[in-house]
Ligand binder design. Sequence first.
Ligand code: HEM
Length: 139
Amino acid sequence: MTAQQPTRQPRTRFERLGGRAALVAIVKTFYDRIEADPELRPVFPPDLRPGRDKQAAFLEQWMGGEPRYTQVYGEPALRRRHRPFTITERGAERWLAHLEASFEAHGTEEALTREIMDALRPLALRMVNTTEVRTRPDA
Ligand code: HEM
């Protein structure tokens, strides 16, 4: 009889992060930061809770956890879902900065944070749907 070597799957980003409890805590911090950001807060609807839960479900799926977003809400089609909101390049940069700070606040390993942020950055910039318009010539 030959001994079976257990096949080792590489750990997903979701597992490396610490699973659902860690991700939910990070997304909570992220949404708290958005809530406190005078530039980004008005872009979001009055009730932040549904978005926060969706974000946690999406990021779990995106990082290799269970496909919780698609199971409940269907295809992510994120650019289409972001179309109703005014998203400028500056807003996307702030969004990314808040997420990165939230990983840092929860002690996520630096290399993992970098890997995640590098992968999310082009996606965030694809959500941009509005060019900034100067309302005052001297602004
Ligand atoms: C990689 C970048 C991003 C990802 C993965 C992401 C992910 C998501 C997801 C999964 C949702 C829920 C969609 C739904 O089911 O209705 C959502 C909603 C939303 N996102 Fe993003 N997003 C990104 C970038 C941004 C940026 C840059 C902004 C604005 C600066 C933004 C603003 C919003 C707003 C306002 C909502 C609606 C929240 C609500 O309905 O409560 N997102 N986002």
